[in-house]
Design a protein around this ligand. Structure first.
Ligand code: DX5
Ligand code: ZN
Length: 217
């Protein structure tokens, strides 16, 4: 079993000094860049899109993990691929034809991820799990950084780990929202592979040390 990965969320970075925060992540023990795209429709907030991802790609030396909190994510698969995305994660709740969407992501040459909102049960992935590279369990309601971690997440991680093991899927389990040094080791014990952390990293006095701490946890 691989050790867990840390994916700092750019949403909590200083947008006026993005390059500085990107270099910090490059030089840290972080594994991926987590990129939160919000459209103001699927979620109440607007963040950034393809032009900002292109700018990040010019400096980032690690995997670009793109989380699409948007309606109709099929429309932007090629644009994000061209901008440098490695992983393209769509929301289950935003996809009417999820199987088609997953195939289109893979055909574009990216890894395919599906994210579940806190109210969406793991069981909805029973017939997709074999096709997925990643499942992102939201541990807050998507739309904003800095929210409180929802405790029901542990149960969902255990259920998803069980589903993955039984199906023989190679999907990794990513957790997003309210991750900190206290819940990080518990999530890893429950079966999580990748932990996203925004505020906990960027609002700390020493983000690089905070990343190292989460990596150990
Ligand atoms: C929330 C985003 C998260 C967010 C996490 O909608 O998907 O990636 O940036 O931020 P924190 O770690 O502050 O909860
Ligand atoms: Zn996210």
């Amino acid at each position: 079993m691989m050790s867990h990965l840390i994916a700092p969320s750019i949403l909590a970075a200083d947008f006026a000094n993005l390059q500085q925060d990107i270099e910090m992540i490059n030089n840290s023990e972080a594994d991926w860049f987590h990129i939160d795209v919000m459209d103001g429709v699927f979620v109440p907030n607007i963040s950034f899109g393809v032009p900002v991802l292109k700018a990040i790609k010019r400096h980032a030396k690690k995997i670009l993990d793109v989380h699409l909190m948007i309606v109709d994510p099929d429309r932007y698969i090629q644009d994000f691929k061209n901008a440098g995305a490695d992983i393209y994660t769509v929301h289950y709740e935003a996809c009417t034809h999820l199987h088609r969407t997953i195939q289109a992501i893979k055909e574009a040459g990216m890894q395919a991820g599906v994210s579940l909102n806190p109210h969406t049960p793991i069981a909805v992935l029973e017939d997709s799990i074999q096709d997925l590279d990643l499942v992102l369990i939201m541990s807050v309601n998507p739309g904003f950084g800095g929210q409180k971690f929802i405790e029901n997440t542990y149960k969902k991680v255990i259920q998803l780990r069980d589903l993955i093991d039984k199906s023989g899927s190679k999907a990794v389990i990513e957790i997003d929202g309210g991750v900190n040094a206290e819940n990080c080791p518990k999530l890893v014990t429950a079966g999580a592979d990748v932990l996203v952390a925004g505020s906990f990293v960027f609002k700390s006095d020493n983000p690089m040390e905070t990343i190292a701490k989460l990596k150990k946890g």
